[in-house]
Write a protein that binds this ligand. Structure first.
Ligand code: EPU
Length: 400
């Protein structure tokens, strides 16, 4: 299983914390990695790709500006904010704005940095952050935000004194960045818990690190197997990272075998609909919500799906309705009544996971489905079409 998009981008940013050459392995071949490579180059790094490895040579004095043209292409560019303040004492990072899944605030990132002595202004579309000396602080997050945990963590590792992040995110991708930072010389305890304690060290050294497997990509293939009544084995992903989604798939009637880092999914017959409530890890991941809505759309019975993270993530159900799905939304709830069959139609992907959900629905819909906007899928899935073809799906990529 390739490395996780939502880890590798932050690990690439974290290399900025140490001058010299760091290496990442198990790097997925996805568009967002290309954008992050370009951003690091503009900051003065030399980035080289070789197969699934990437080396990043970080200069003694990196530049500290992340321009809007890249940030608007990839919201995750904001993850350079923490490392740049730590290394340069300043960061000018374009404000990403909203996107197709919601408004996505940055207040917790900014508040955490302010507590550490950073002066932050928002001018002409840029966050202008500056500080004389980063000082450790105690930060209690309102919500276990993945991005805010990462920003504060990366600022704290070389700050003066101790920092504590309470109500920190606990996603496997957070554990991944903590282990990489520790291998660079950082002093972090409480890794994997909601309370991270960081004792600042004077400097960090470059490292070599393998990116954690992408649990969302693995989960997408697992849902595809259930929807298409398949029998697949996914290698190289710890099943613990998908504990709740796999339990949900068992409730649909699938047989799941968990063995070490392999997961076998077998399904016969139409799946039962299953309720889902998205929550921070170890709750159900919002990044698998559209795929489960697609599954419910062709399931037996009905299900209620509740989205608690991104208010606009239900936008894609209007596209799913074009395939004949019976979905009603009310605020952050969606009621899906399963249909015996969906019918192929042209649809538009609005974000990565919506795109994946629409393709899965297209696999089981009668006739042919054309999904436009596949560049969204390319941002997060390496070889999406080829993998599905390898599993027997009738799918082709066509140039629009
Ligand atoms: N939020 C705030 N203020 C903040 C930070 C977050 O209000 O300062 C809110 C957001 O608006 C959102 C919620 O908190 O409603 C969760 O946001 P979080 O910070 O946890 O998410 P993120 O860091 O922006 C990452 C992933 C998302 C994934 C979420 C949740 C990356 C690049 N993105 O986003 O991935 O859905 O965590 O797990 O790591 C995707 O891959 O398709 C994707 C959207």
């Amino acid at each position: 299983m390739p490395g996780a998009k939502n880890s590798v981008l932050k690990l690439m940013a974290a290399t900025l914390l140490a001058p010299g050459t760091s290496t990442l392995t198990n790097v997925p071949d996805i568009e967002d990695v290309t954008i992050m490579s370009e951003l690091l180059r503009r900051l003065g790094c030399v980035v080289a790709h070789a197969g699934s490895s990437i080396t990043i040579e970080v200069p003694e004095r990196p530049d500290h500006r992340a321009d809007y043209d890249l940030v608007r292409k990839m919201r995750a560019s904001i993850c350079v904010l923490g490392p740049l303040i730590a290394r340069c004492g300043a960061a000018d990072v374009a404000v990403p704005g909203g996107d197709n899944i919601g408004s996505r605030g940055l207040d917790m990132h900014v508040e955490g940095l302010r507590k550490m002595g950073v002066h932050v202004d928002n001018e002409h579309g840029y966050l202008l952050a500056e500080c004389e000396a980063l000082t450790g602080a105690s930060v209690f997050l309102d919500f276990p935000s993945v991005g805010a945990t990462e920003t504060i963590l990366m600022a704290a590792v070389t700050a003066r004194g101790q920092s504590v992040i309470e109500n920190a995110a606990r996603e496997p991708e957070i554990i991944d960045i903590c282990s990489m930072l520790v291998s660079m010389g950082a002093d972090i305890s409480g890794i994997g818990s909601s309370s991270l304690v960081i004792n600042g060290v004077s400097d960090l050294k470059p490292t070599k690190h393998r990116v954690v497997s992408d649990r969302i990509v693995a989960g997408t293939w697992a849902v595809a197997a259930v929807m298409t009544q398949g029998d697949i084995t996914i290698h190289g992903v710890p099943h613990e990272h998908l504990a709740l989604p796999l339990e949900k798939l068992e409730l649909t009637g699938a047989r799941i075998e968990r063995e070490g880092a392999s997961i076998r999914i077998q399904m016969q017959g139409r799946p039962q609909c299953v309720d889902v409530v998205t929550l921070p890890y170890p709750g159900f991941p919002t990044d698998l919500q559209p795929q489960f809505i697609a599954l419910n759309a062709m399931g037996l019975g009905a299900a209620l799906v509740t989205e608690n993270l991104f208010e606009a993530r239900f936008r894609f159900v209007q596209e799913l309705a074009r395939l004949g799905a019976d979905v009603r939304t009310d605020g952050h709830h969606a009621l899906i009544r399963g249909r015996e069959s969906l019918s192929g139609a042209p649809v538009e992907a609005t974000d990565i996971r919506a795109g994946a959900g629409l393709v899965l629905a297209g696999l089981v819909a009668n006739g042919s489905t054309t999904v436009y906007g596949v560049t969204h899928i390319d941002r997060g899935y390496a070889g999406f079409v080829e993998t599905l073809q390898g599993l027997g799906a009738q799918i082709q990529r066509v140039d629009d």
